[in-house]
Design a protein around this ligand. Sequence first.
Ligand code: UD1
Length: 314
Amino acid sequence: MKYVVTGGAGFIGSHIVGALVKHGQEVVVIDDFSTGKQENLNDLESKIKIVEGSIENLDLLQSLFKGVDFVLHQAALPSVPRSIKNPLRSNNVNITGTLNVLLAARDNGVKRLVYASSSSVYGNQEDHQYKVEDMNPCPLSPYALTKFAAEKYCQFFYEFYGLETVILRYFNVFGPRQDPNSEYSAVIPKFINAALQGEEVTVFGDGSQSRDFTYVENNVQANLLACKAPGEKVAGKVFNVACGATASLNELIRVIEKISGFSLKRQFFPPRVGDVKFSLADIRRAQENLGYEVGINFEEGLKRTVAWYKELLR
Ligand code: UD1
């Protein structure tokens, strides 16, 4: 089978590419290298085709999607704060870019498109601890709104044109290759890096906010399953991809300290604008319809991730 992975040089995309190559699939990566890195694909370069380009370029996508069976659409501009600083850029990449990917998939007869959405779509849900797919979305930031709008486009393309789309709502993904050095980096790579280098971390709020931190291999598994599951069970549908467990930032810091053997100095700042307070996924729909299971839990994932950053720093 022939796969296109958009954002295939990025943190999550490159892990998916690795798994596809291992399974003997033909893979084309499209990445504009704005946040993706060539080095993420270093071991795979000879086995795949890498195209430097943006999902904002519809003509390029139309030519690349010829003869393609599956599109795993990972390309996006992540980060809630980035989207607040520059909402138009997030809108262009995450919404218009996704619309381009859908159009090219539709026009080229792609069998199925899997879309990487985000738990941010839920926002804060009063009185609910577990986030369930049929809750009303409540985006709190431009980023969350772009992810929700793109989900709707995916559903429209199934409804109007019969293009099979599967929407995976990722919950705070972490693991090797996640960039710790950008101002928009996610909390886990930032905190691990700081622990290993004896630097201070910034905690926005009192650290009681919680996340369903998900090790990246679980997301890889969900993508592969989403390609295989019967269309009547998954097409046009949304699935949480997470561990179904939650940790506060204060707990995260304790576990990083335990695993790394270093203590973390911290400074507290006011909560970030657009920040979600609690995040915990109900993963039963993915378990029942995709056959998804949590392969690597939070603590085991953190052990592997800390080990990877330690190796990198050596
Ligand atoms: C959100 C989404 C996630 C998505 C990601 C993309 C939710 C619940 N999650 O992640 O699904 O993939 O956007 O960017 O909406 N923090 C600190 N100090 C730091 C950095 C972060 O205290 O130096 C805090 C943040 O304020 C937040 C938490 O750590 O409360 C997690 O932040 P981050 O890793 O950036 O991810 P989310 O914004 O939760």
